[in-house]
Write a protein that binds this ligand. Sequence first.
Ligand SMILES: [Zn+2]
Length: 153
Amino acid sequence: MTCMETQKMITPFINDELTLEETELFIDHVNSCLECREELEVYYALLTAMKQLDEDKILYDDFSMELSAKLDKAQEKIINAKFTYYRKKGALLLIILIVLAVVSWRYSGRREEPVVIVKESDFRLQIKYQRTKENSLEQKLQSYLEKLEMMEE
Ligand SMILES: [Zn+2]
């Protein structure tokens, strides 16, 4: 994230209007960029002072401490969110694995069916083929077999 983008996010950050992803990027930048950190501190002091004036509260003189606390809290929130995210992801992964296992189990059970169907249809086709093409041969064979049977008797 650039300094420009970060500085645009200062007011939304102070007003808790950033998403978790934005907050994470924002904190990452502010922790590594002194310029933006200073900008944030100035804005924070200013906005907090204004808010406190509005709400008729006592002015704190150490905004920097407050800001650090706010940054820590935001970071904690991100870590918590990530933790629940991975926990949810883990649960989701488990569900997917179970579904896959069930599906593949059912599929492997079903897979035998088409093979049987193919065999049957092949068989029928063969019979049909024989009956149409080798009709005379079949008859000859049949009569031959009948003769054999008669001889055996
Ligand atoms: Zn910066």
